[in-house]
Ligand binder design. Structure first.
Ligand SMILES: [Fe+2]
Ligand SMILES: [Fe+2]
Length: 190
């Protein structure tokens, strides 16, 4: 398999989560249209969607793109078009990170019944579901495949292996981080 094959398989799962987020957005908007006081936002779904966007889409998927594929491409003599596209894709990852953080903030505001929080929540959720499919389309159809031409067969095999090792390490890093975070909080309280 090509290294981009792994990334494209991940795109398919991200698309499924984005479809669920779009359905949730439509459901809330339909509720608000009937009665603005009863949006019935599902905070559990939003927590799951945010964890997916942060852990799977950002840390696991963007992590492999930025730390491995893009990092290797940066060492190559890229065409100005490919270099521009790569820089744009990195900026878009930053935007997704920021918009996900804004969604979390809006959700917390909504739970505290802050005025305007529901509108913010709908806006940030809407921005994510509208934007992310375009990001995937750009990578799948305009960037990944031509970029493979910069690598030899041996380099592609190494890149694929590095991506698999990245994934293997990730789950351990995530849960070690969670345990250490709780340990540090407890240490601060003593
Ligand atoms: Fe990306
Ligand atoms: Fe991607």
């Amino acid at each position: 398999m090509l290294p981009i094959g792994l990334l494209m398989i991940e795109h398919r799962l991200i698309e499924r989560m984005i479809a669920l987020m779009r359905a949730e957005l439509t459901r809330i908007k339909d509720n608000v249209a009937v009665d603005p006081e009863f949006a019935f936002v599902d905070p559990v779904f939003l927590d799951i969607a945010v964890d997916f966007m942060r852990t799977y889409a950002d840390r696991c998927h963007h992590g492999k793109e930025e730390d491995l594929l893009f990092a290797e491409l940066a060492q190559k003599e890229l065409s100005s078009e490919h270099r521009r596209t790569m820089e744009e894709l990195v900026r878009e990852h930053v935007w997704v990170r920021e918009t996900t953080a804004s969604l979390v903030q809006a959700k917390e505001g909504y739970l505290l019944e802050k005025p305007g929080a529901l509108d913010d929540l709908l806006q940030h959720l809407g921005k994510l579901v509208e934007f992310y499919p375009q990001h995937i389309d750009q990578e799948d159809h305009h960037f990944f495949i031509p970029c493979m031409d910069y690598f030899s067969e041996a380099e592609k095999a190494v890149l694929l292996q590095q991506m698999r090792e990245f994934d293997q390490k990730l789950i351990h890093d995530k849960y070690r981080g969670i345990v250490e975070g709780i340990e540090n909080r407890k240490a601060c309280r003593i």
